[in-house]
Design a protein around this ligand. Structure first.
Ligand code: SF4
Length: 338
C-alpha cells in the first residue's frame, strides 16, 4: 500500500518552483506513452493532442467531457461536433499508482531526467502558438492538485493574453489531497472560482473501498476522503464533474446492484445533480499498462462490464437524465463560491 499522505509533500517539492511560478511537466517525447499517441508529442516534447470522443464501448454511457462544457463556453461554432481535440500537458508527479494508468510510472515521480520546469506563461505561449490550435487546454497528470497553483497561474496567463474567451481550460484531480485549500491564497481561490471557461473533473477510483484500494494501491480508507474532498470542491466550483472507474478484484459479495446503489447514494448526498455529471470510464490496456497486468487485473476488466450494467440500472431507477440529453440552458452554470 502507498502512504500517500507521507509521500505527497515530497512530490509537491519535486513538482513546483514557487519562486519562478513553474511546474514540472513530463517529457512525453520518446516515452512509452508516446507509442499510444495518435500524433507525435508537440510543444518541445511536453505536450500532446488528445481526441476526446463522446462514444465509448457497447453498454457504456456516452462521455460528454470535456466537449459539452467547452461547447457551452465557446459556442457551437468553435466546438461543432460531439467530440473535440485538446492540447494536453501532464505534470510529473502523482501520489497514487493506479495499475491501469496509461502514464508510465517513471513519469509520475518528478524525475528531473524525464521532466522539465516550465512557467505557466511559457506553457500558454507554446499552446497559443500552435498551428491548428485545439480550443481546449487540458492540464492533466500526474496529479495536478499536488501543485494547485498550476491551474490558477494558467488562468492568469490566459487572461493576460486576452485568450479567456477563445480557450476552454480543463483540469483533472484524483481527489487525494486538500492542497488546493491548504496552499492557495484567498485571492487565488477567488480566481479559481470566478474564472469563466474552466471545467474541473474529480476522479473516483472505484465504487467502494475495496475497488479503490485495488485500483490505486492507496489505503482503503482514502476512498471516503474522495467524497469529503469533492464536497469541498463544490464550494469553489459547483459545476465540478466526476469520473469513476469500475474495475475491482471481484463483484462485491452483496451484488453489483446493491454496491452501485450505495455508491450512487453517496454521490447524490453531495449534490442531487451529481449523478448526471458523473461519467464512468472504461479501462483499456495501453502500452505502459500491459507489463503491470496480473490475473487479478484481467478479472477486473471483466468485473467493470458487470458494474457498468449495474450503474445503468441504478441511473434508470432514479430517473437520471444523462447530460447529453439535457437542454444546454439547464446545465449547471459555471462556478461561484457558495
Ligand atoms: S491518479 Fe491518475 S495519474 Fe495518478 S496513477 Fe492514477 S491514473 Fe495515473
Amino acid at each position: 500500500m502507498i502512504d500517500s499522505d507521507s509521500w505527497s509533500p515530497e512530490l509537491r517539492l519535486r513538482g513546483l518552483d514557487q519562486d519562478k511560478r513553474a511546474v514540472s511537466l513530463s517529457v512525453l517525447a520518446d516515452s512509452s506513452q508516446e507509442e499510444d499517441l495518435s500524433e507525435p508529442a508537440n510543444c518541445s516534447g511536453l505536450g500532446r493532442i488528445r481526441h476526446f470522443t463522446h462514444t465509448t464501448a457497447n453498454g457504456w454511457p456516452d462521455n460528454p467531457l470535456p466537449w459539452l462544457p467547452a461547447r457551452r463556453h465557446l459556442g457551437a461554432g468553435a466546438v461543432p461536433s460531439a467530440g473535440c481535440k485538446a492540447q494536453v500537458f501532464q505534470n510529473s508527479v502523482c501520489n497514487w499508482r493506479c495499475w491501469y494508468c496509461y502514464v508510465p510510472f517513471s513519469l509520475l515521480r518528478g524525475d528531473p531526467a524525464k521532466s522539465r520546469f516550465v512557467t505557466a506563461d511559457d506553457m500558454v505561449d507554446m499552446y497559443l502558438g500552435l498551428d491548428d490550435r485545439p480550443v481546449v487546454l487540458d492540464l492533466s497528470g500526474g496529479q495536478p492538485d499536488l501543485v494547485p497553483e498550476w491551474v490558477v497561474w494558467t488562468m492568469e496567463a490566459l487572461r493576460e493574453r486576452h485568450a479567456q474567451d477563445r480557450v476552454f481550460l480543463w483540469s483533472d484531480d484524483n481527489l487525494s489531497n486538500d492542497y488546493l485549500f491548504r496552499y492557495l491564497t484567498e485571492d487565488q481561490l477567488e480566481v479559481l472560482s470566478s474564472y469563466q471557461g474552466y471545467g474541473r473533473v474529480g476522479c473516483f477510483k472505484g465504487f467502494d473501498d475495496t475497488s479503490f484500494a485495488f485500483n490505486t494501491g492507496a489505503l482503503p480508507e482514502l476512498f471516503d476522503r474522495q467524497f469529503t474532498l469533492f464536497e469541498r470542491l463544490l464550494t469553489i466550483r459547483p459545476d465540478t464533474y466526476a469520473y469513476v472507474t469500475f474495475t475491482a478484484p471481484a463483484i462485491p459479495p452483496t451484488g453489483a446492484i446493491s454496491a452501485m446503489r450505495r455508491f450512487a447514494d453517496r454521490l447524490q448526498a453531495l449534490d442531487d445533480t451529481l449523478l448526471a455529471r458523473t461519467t464512468p470510464l472504461r479501462i483499456d490496456v495501453f502500452t505502459p499498462v500491459a507489463p503491470r497486468m496480473r490475473s487479478a487485473h484481467q478479472t477486473a476488466l471483466t468485473v467493470q462490464e458487470a458494474m457498468v450494467d449495474a450503474w445503468n440500472t441504478v441511473l434508470a431507477e432514479r430517473g437520471v437524465v444523462p447530460l447529453f440529453d439535457q437542454p444546454m440552458a439547464e446545465l449547471t452554470t459555471a462556478g461561484h463560491r457558495v
